[in-house]
Design a protein around this ligand. Structure first.
Ligand SMILES: [Zn+2]
Length: 113
């Protein structure tokens, strides 16, 4: 499962940060999940619980912020918000769109002790 691997890397980042900053417990993990990241939120939550077991983020609260996708519309020559990868431009209805944002998954915030 793709989400499992993502949680493994989140755990790795947390452990590196803990080593560097000297915290021992993570209270909250906030993630930014882009609309086109291909991440299923439910699977991500499940993976998080499993992967964080026995780690310093075992009892951490997981907050998921889903962000909208962005595309560059050629006819409009500007960036627009789109909900789906192959959506038409909300302004001109064109499909000549390049996805420019929303493929990310990143850690927005870590609340630690
Ligand atoms: Zn357009």
């Amino acid at each position: 499962m793709h989400e499992m691997a993502l949680c493994e890397s989140i755990r790795q980042i947390i452990e590196e940060q803990a080593g560097a900053q000297g915290f021992t417990r993570v209270e909250r993990v906030a993630l930014d999940v882009g609309a086109f990241s291909g991440v299923e939120v439910e699977a991500l939550r499940f993976g998080f619980d499993v992967v964080m077991r026995g780690s310093l983020a075992e009892t951490a609260r997981l907050e998921i912020h889903q962000s909208k996708g962005q595309g560059w519309c050629l006819p409009c020559a500007r960036e627009v918000e789109i909900a789906q990868r192959y959506d038409a431009c909300p302004h001109c209805g064109s499909y000549q769109m390049q996805v420019t944002g929303g493929e990310n998954l990143s850690i927005r915030e870590l609340e630690v002790f």
